[in-house]
Design a protein around this ligand. Structure first.
Ligand code: AMP
Ligand code: MG
Length: 269
């Protein structure tokens, strides 16, 4: 699998016609094969995360964004299955509290960034401040308009201080969202996830896609790339994200720390 095909090129305008949420071209197999391939990737991620923790050098930040029902929660469940909870944390960003609103929008975000040896998953992120905020005019255009540069500068700071950043846009179609919202309504155990507010947001689909287009064009950088993940098929979404994280972590060439000298001679009495 080559997930580079899903990488948004810095500065390149996104034409949604060319991004197919049903694409599965990077995997040779069907849903059953795809589901069967995931456990081995889970084990590999578990090993790499253990190494990340042991080496205690790199920090890893994974950003998940997508429309309602795009599968942010499902991705966290499936891709990180089996990793050691000591080294991985999820930070979810909801509508800001009054205290958060009294600060700059990156204040709450910076506090949640990973420490050395840690992996942090952002379930939504500072990108909401140029998505929902832009679509609903929660601040004037000149204020959100400055934020792309501010976000790039913030992420550059994190990267220069040792953070590996991967950002995933979970790309579903409007029809797929309809189906998933309907499933939430129909299934008593999923109903708690249904919010009538999601229907109001759905009406703004095109505005959100335009706002996502701007994000992907302006904030996909070499130090913090965006991946546009075809996400209509959950199994394929999981494979792409899992694979991308694993190959990025492998590229860090991490090593277990040197142990104390003379351990071979030790006899424990
Ligand atoms: P959920 O992810 O379904 O729990 O929903 C979280 C909600 O919080 C979404 O509707 C987001 O758009 C909203 N949210 C997250 N960050 C912000 C923000 N900075 N400003 C306004 N709303 C936000
Ligand atoms: Mg929701």
């Amino acid at each position: 699998m080559d997930s580079n095909v899903y990488r948004a090129k810095p500065g390149k305008t996104i034409d949604w016609k060319h991004w197919d949420p049903d694409d599965k071209s990077q995997f040779d197999g069907d849903k059953d094969d795809g589901r069967a391939a995931l456990p081995a990737l889970n084990r590999r991620l578990e090993e790499l995360q253990e190494l990340l923790y042991a080496e205690n050098k790199h920090k890893v930040l994974i950003v998940l964004q997508g429309m309602d029902t795009a599968g942010k929660d499902g991705t966290i469940r499936h891709v990180f299955e089996g990793v050691n909870p000591q080294g991985v944390r999820v930070a979810s960003f909801k509508a800001p509290t009054p205290i958060e609103l009294a600060h700059d929008y990156l204040w709450r975000v910076h506090q949640q960034t990973p420490a050395s040896g840690q992996m942090t998953i952002f379930n939504r992120s500072h990108y909401e401040d140029v998505l929902v905020v832009r679509v609903h005019n929660l601040v004037p255009p000149e204020v959100w308009g400055r934020r792309y540069d501010q976000i790039n500068a913030f992420e550059r700071l994190l990267a220069e201080e040792g953070t590996t950043i991967l950002k995933f846009f979970l790309h579903i179609s409007k029809d797929e969202q309809k189906q998933r919202l309907q499933d939430r309504l129909d299934d008593r155990e999923k109903r708690w996830k249904f919010s009538t507010g999601d229907l109001a947001e759905r009406k703004l689909w095109d505005n959100y896609m335009a706002a996502y287009g701007a994000v992907l064009e302006k904030t996909s950088t070499d130090h913090a790339p965006w991946y546009i993940v075809p996400a209509n098929r959950k199994w394929y979404r999981d494979l792409v994200i899992s694979h991308t994280i694993i190959s990025t972590l492998e590229g860090l060439h991490m090593r277990y720390p040197e142990c104390e000298p003379g351990l071979d001679e030790i006899v424990i009495e």
